[in-house]
Every structure is written in C-alpha cells, then in structure tokens.
Write a protein that binds this ligand. Structure first.
Ligand code: P6P
Length: 278
C-alpha cells in the first residue's frame, strides 16, 4: 500500500505543476461519462497511469476519463479506480480542484475497498489518506508530504453543501435541505466535490448532498471514482455516507461508470437523511 501512496504523491506533484503551467482549455475529446475533457484532464490521467505502471502490486486501474480498464501487473493484488482531476471545469476561475483514488481488492465496489486517498490542489497542496485512520498531509517546499493531523468528524456539524440544480430537486429533497438549514447550518458549496467535502471534514462536520434530480435520476457522482472513496473516508472519520436509503459502501455498481445519489456527513445529519427518506 505504501508504494501506491508514493505513486499518488509523485502524481500530485506533477499534476500541481501542470495546473500551474499548462493550458486549462478544452480538448476536442468527450470522456466515458459524456463530459468534454479539458487538456488537463487528459494530461493528469496520463501522469497517474505512468506512475501506477511502475507498481507491481497493482493489477489494474480504471479512470473516470477512460471507458476501459487498463491492466498493469498480472499478479498485482490491488485495483485502483480514480478521478484524475475532479472539478477541472473550475480551474478557469482558480477554484481548488482534486484527484480522488479508491483502492480495491478483487472488485470495484464498496465492500472490497481497502483504502481511499484524495489530493486537493488549492493555496497549498494537501493529501488525505484513509487506511487504518484518516490522516492529512501537506506538500512542503522540499517536495515531501508532511503529516499534519488526523481528521475526525463531530457528531453533528454546521455546513450544508447542496449539490445539483435546485429547480431539479424533488419536493422531498427540498424539505430535507430546509430541515438542515432549520438546525442553523450554513451553505458552503463551490461545485468541486473535493474542496466541498474537505471543508466539511476539516470544519467538524455537516452534510454534503448530491441527490437524484429530474435531470439526473441516478445522481451525477460516480461510484467507483468519487463516491466509494469519500464514503470510506467519511466512515473512517466517524461519519457516514448513504444513497438516501442504503449505506453507500454496501452498494454494487453494475458498470464501473455508474453514478448514485449520495449524502456524506456527520452521524446526526446522515440519520436525519435516512429518517426523512423512510
Ligand atoms: P453541480 C464537478 O463537475 C463534479 O463532478 C463534482 O466535483 C461536484 O461535486 C459536482 O460535479 C457539482 O455538480 O451539478 O452541483 O454543479
């Protein structure tokens, strides 16, 4: 597992450089999910694939930016699903973006996840790893990721991060969001999954929701590359993650690019979501 974390660190340093020096414009390509790819989406994906090709413990990788899986080493024991540059459409307004990694053994689903990592490219570059516990690291001037602290969610928090187009929410979801606001929570939403969930983790808790909407009935966020990794991290940090009815990590995608409605948060907020959807 250490060599996987090291490959992620090397990728992060290279992607940070790309963000700071390369063209943030769009390519002519469309990815597996139908998004027009930024040149940086493609370059970040290539960087990660290059770094993982050096790791003998990795059997296969699959990227949000590619339809197909990429075999690495036949006798490798880990599978890695990743989103190389999540929220890349926010680069043109200089918002924080991130890379997300789910490390699996045997199957690309929540029950087989063994670790999760994300990197956030912001005013500083930080990495959060969830294995035994949840640790935060900061990229320093020597090119090392120095351990900063362990991360834990409070029983309840004060942040409400509300994904999706409000006019496409169900009546039930509107009512649930108002219930959260009635508890005194405040809106904190950038449109970037990594900084939005990082903020809730670091500011003690709250709720991030990306529900089923009329334009996206199965939600927008991808299970293997985004939702399982953050569900794993939030549970390890003492919180929870649900699709509104079931625990996220109990879900099984029928296709690696499947999406799901998702709610991540402190225990009290997740309980409120589940009760509201009974
Ligand atoms: P909306 C970015 O495009 C992304 O995939 C996630 O990073 C983010 O949480 C979500 O989409 C934002 O979607 O519909 O709220 O703008």
């Amino acid at each position: 597992m250490v060599e996987i974390f090291d490959a992620i660190k090397k990728s992060a340093i290279r992607i940070k450089w790309l963000i700071e020096n390369e063209d943030t414009g769009y390519s002519q390509n469309i990815n597996a999910t139908g998004d027009t790819q930024l040149k940086l989406d493609i370059k970040s994906d290539l960087v990660i694939e290059e770094e993982f090709r050096k790791i003998s413990s990795v059997k296969e990788i699959i990227s949000e930016e590619k339809e197909e899986k990429t075999p690495i080493y036949e006798n490798g024991k880990y599978l890695v699903g990743y989103d190389p540059l999540d929220g890349s459409s926010l680069l043109d307004v200089n918002f924080s973006v991130g890379s997300i990694f789910g490390i699996y053994k045997g199957e690309y689903d929540g029950a087989h996840m063994v670790a999760a990592v994300y990197v956030i490219y912001g005013p500083v570059t930080q990495m959060v790893t969830a294995y035994e516990d949840v640790g935060m690291y900061k990229l320093n001037s020597d090119g090392d990721f120095a351990f900063i602290k362990s991360l834990e969610l409070n029983q309840s928090g004060a942040i409400n991060a509300t994904g999706g187009t409000h006019s496409n929410w169900s009546k039930k979801h509107h009512e649930m969001i108002e219930k959260i606001y009635s508890k005194g929570h405040r809106l904190r939403y950038s449109g970037g999954m990594v900084p939005d969930l990082h903020q809730i983790l670091l500011k003690g808790g709250g709720l991030f929701s990306y529900p089923s909407t009329s334009d996206r009935p199965e939600g927008k966020l991808r299970m293997v590359f985004e939702v399982f990794p953050f569900a794993f991290i939030y549970e390890k940090a003492g919180g929870g993650a649900t699709n509104g009815k079931k625990r996220i990590l109990d879900l099984k995608p029928s296709h690696p690019h499947d999406t799901t409605p998702c709610y991540f948060g402190s225990k009290d907020e997740i309980d409120l979501v589940l009760k509201h959807n009974e």
